[in-house]
Design a protein around this ligand. Structure first.
Ligand code: GRG
Length: 291
């Protein structure tokens, strides 16, 4: 599949290399764990959404670099903590040993903690106006905290082995997965002085649909994906008794839900015409991805 993320993947890689502490700087084991978890083949979907949204309004990529890196750093921290024995207890992530397996549990907890702090430090030092930096910090802290990603994780843990309805499942995933994806898009938009209120509201609808679509595709891949491509054992969510879109709607129902969300995302962007070509390509990538 043509990969619309490639240019942004390469770009954010450069910024991440600059902002991550060197492995040779003390404490070396912690810095090794942080770099191990950041540079291990992530798709960099969130930075790509952020860049593509900002570029749609003509914002220079240089202005967006720190925000793109910060969102990926938060995402990486969340995956380290999500894999811990007290949470999902996973051994494999992106085809390699999870951070706590490669290092040890305490180091993995600390690597996640330090990455979280680093993300906000990167935003404080960004090449952007004070107002924009503050806005980014507000968006990212809201999206990643207890009323966003971390809150969603708590609800997700509570829903294990329990049957939840579609309202509750949507709520869990809007928070756990959707909030950070939405923040990527809104952080790109907030850098655009020319983004009008009506455009902002269309982008918000787009962000909500694509955030949920991302999770539905993740649930489908848990059942239908190839372990070598998804980078973890197939069926691991099923084994843990997690509530997923597939367990709630069945495979055909989950695919129909994915199609509905994909259409909602595309419809939200129609008034941007040609300017949304790249975001449209990212929708296609997210909803058809095999990893
Ligand atoms: C533990 C603080 C804390 C939060 C955990 C996001 C999250 C909350 C856990 C991740 C669990 C998970 C696998 C959710 C499904 C959707 C998702 C976020 C998948 C991983 O994101 P990708 O596919 O990963 O963008 P890569 O490896 O490409 O970066």
């Amino acid at each position: 599949m043509n990969n619309p993320l490639q240019i942004w993947q390469q770009r954010v890689e450069g910024t991440l290399q600059q902002v991550l502490p060197s492995e040779s700087a003390a404490p070396t084991r912690l810095h090794q764990a942080m770099r191990y978890s950041i540079f291990n083949g992530g798709k960099r979907v969130r930075p790509a959404l952020l860049y593509a949204t900002g570029r749609m309004f003509g914002v220079e990529a240089e202005i967006l670099d720190s925000a793109a890196a910060a969102i990926e750093i938060i995402h990486s921290y969340s995956l380290i903590h999500d894999d811990l024995p007290s949470m999902d207890d996973d051994d494999i992530r992106r085809g390699r040993a999870t951070c706590h397996r490669e290092f040890d549990e305490a180091t993995a907890i600390l690597a996640g903690d330090a990455l979280q702090s680093l993300a906000f430090e990167v935003l404080v030092n960004a090449n952007a106006s004070l107002e924009l930096r503050l806005d980014w910090i507000k968006l990212l802290s809201n999206a990643s905290g207890s009323s966003g990603m971390v809150g969603g994780q708590q609800l997700d843990l509570a829903a294990e082995q329990v049957k939840v309805d579609s309202i509750e499942l949507n709520n869990i995933h809007n928070l756990k997965t959707g909030a950070l994806i939405k923040a990527s898009i809104l952080m790109g938009a907030s850098a655009a002085e020319s983004c009008k209120a009506e455009e902002h509201s269309k982008l918000t609808s787009f962000a909500e649909a694509i955030g949920l679509a991302f999770q539905v595709q993740d649930d489908i891949l848990d059942i239908e994906g190839e372990s070598s491509k998804i980078g973890k054992p197939q069926g691991s969510d099923l084994k843990k008794g997690k509530s997923t879109f597939v367990s709630l709607y069945g495979m055909d129902g989950a695919k129909a839900e994915l199609h509905k969300l994909q259409q909602q995302a595309l419809d939200s962007l129609t008034s941007f015409d040609q300017r949304s070509v790249e975001l449209n390509a990212i929708i296609d990538f997210i909803t058809k991805r095999d990893h």
